[in-house]
Design a protein around this ligand. Structure first.
Ligand code: SF4
Length: 431
């Protein structure tokens, strides 16, 4: 049996794509291997959201080519995902030993190409076609991620996604619900709906994310529902109400603000002000005061002053942001910012601001975690580490470790009395 090895970079959307490709290859006589040198096919599923990410791909390809020369000259190499889309044929110019190049909306073509085409580069946008012949993910993962919406019609000036994943499209409601049923029958107890603008999901019959959530919540075995990534202005009252009315919707929302300064938000072409953003947060907390918000934050965007950066720090304290991601701005090809703005914040200031912001986010997370000591938290167990050690997640995406002599807790929601906490982990025992 021929073997394949998949390496995935970047966001959960890429992980989802790799899992579907994995499941589909397995139905076509291929077997997965975690030893790259034994593979007949090596697939890199790539991310180009930051400059470093693109260069990382070529250093990986160089290493793979060395293994190919040493162990298996017949090995096929495929580059899929956003770097493939960003660079297209350039991938093979820089790495001529790469056989296949497919974008995030065309990697399904690899399946046919493996049967009859020695090399192929096609980064077209096949939208929903991509999903047609894909097998469902067979893993018994307790948390299942399901892509429901892809692409983006917004044009944030720093972002390469509109170029790499192109225009927005939503998958059909019934198809998505069929996939929900399949992953639940495979053991999933938490459903995480994915999209670049997941809260803008709407299928051809007008079904939206709230409809998907309500239908999924009716499935008895489903214990938790989450969705990521949301765009602030697409958060409807209908979705906000579900934080109060549907107990399976976890009180945790990823809602990227990106920056705290109105001047920077305007330059980023984000369609809201900091005041608009805070008003959305206040609305959510009125419906359910326990909701926790996570964000993505960029420091050092073109023209950002120390005052602008202070607005970002204030926003992080005001909301406050937990479980958040923060980055230094790096110009990306095919983006309005790269064409129109000077990358004028010097690297030293970018690094220093990022450090200050990450120290603050770290402190906020630590305080939040330590405030859980002595409390009882509902934990969905998603890992059995053996020897009586289980891992799971709280409703607030906190990692929780418990030691117990109980068995068979995988997929169960258990009450855990928190005994200790660090910035990254809560320790507890069954209540
Ligand atoms: S909303 Fe903005 S940041 Fe998000 S994917 Fe679209 S363009 Fe990128």
């Amino acid at each position: 049996m021929k073997k394949f090895f998949i390496q995935t970079f970047g966001c959960q959307m890429n992980v989802y794509d790799s899992d579907r490709l994995h499941a589909t290859l397995a139905t076509r006589g291929w077997a997965p291997t975690d030893k790259i040198e034994t593979a007949d096919l090596v697939i890199l599923n790539t991310c180009s959201v930051r400059e470093k990410a693109t260069e990382k791909v070529f250093s990986h390809l160089g290493k793979i080519n060395k293994l190919k020369k040493k162990y298996n000259l017949e090995m096929k190499i495929a580059v899929i995902g956003c770097v493939a889309k960003e660079l297209g044929k350039v991938v093979r110019h820089r790495a001529p030993y790469v056989d296949y190049v497919f974008g995030p909306q065309s990697w399904h073509l690899l399946l046919g190409a493996l049967e009859n085409t020695p090399t192929l580069c096609d980064t077209g946008n096949y939208r929903l076609d991509k999903f047609k012949d894909l097998a469902t993910v067979k893993t018994q993962a307790v948390s299942a991620f399901i892509s429901i919406q892809e692409g983006c019609d917004n044009v944030c000036t720093y972002c390469i996604v509109p170029f790499t994943r192109e225009r927005e499209f939503s998958r059909d409601f019934d198809t998505v619900m069929k996939e929900v049923d399949q992953v639940v029958s495979n053991g999933a107890r938490e459903i995480v709906f994915l999209g670049q603008n997941v809260n803008n999901y709407k299928d051809e019959n007008g079904k939206n994310l709230a409809d998907l959530i309500r239908a999924t919540a009716k499935i008895e075995l489903v214990k938790r529902i989450r969705y990521v990534t949301s765009y602030p202005t697409y958060l409807t009252d209908e979705l906000i109400d579900l934080f109060g009315s549907e107990p399976k919707v976890m009180p945790f929302l990823n809602l990227p603000i990106q920056a705290g300064s109105n001047a920077v938000l305007k330059k980023m072409n984000r369609h809201y002000t900091r005041e608009d953003y805070f008003a959305i947060i206040d609305k959510i907390k009125k419906v359910n005061p326990n909701v926790v918000v996570s964000s993505d934050l960029i420091v050092g965007f073109c023209g950002e002053t120390e005052e602008d950066f202070q607005d970002t720090m204030d926003a992080a304290k005001r909301v406050p942001f937990l479980v958040s991601y923060s980055f230094k701005y790096s110009p990306r090809p095919h983006t309005p910012a790269q064409k129109a703005f000077k990358d004028d914040v010097n690297p030293k200031d970018k690094a220093e601001r990022l450090k200050r912001l990450q120290d603050l986010l770290h402190r906020i997370q630590k305080d939040f975690n330590q405030a859980c000591i002595g409390k009882t938290v509902e934990v969905l167990i998603d890992q059995d580490k053996g020897a009586g050690v289980f891992r799971g997640r709280s409703p607030y995406m906190q990692n929780v470790k418990i030691d117990t002599d109980k068995e068979g807790l995988l997929g169960e929601v258990v009450s855990v009395k928190i005994k200790d906490a660090s910035s990254f982990l809560l320790y507890g025992e069954l209540a």
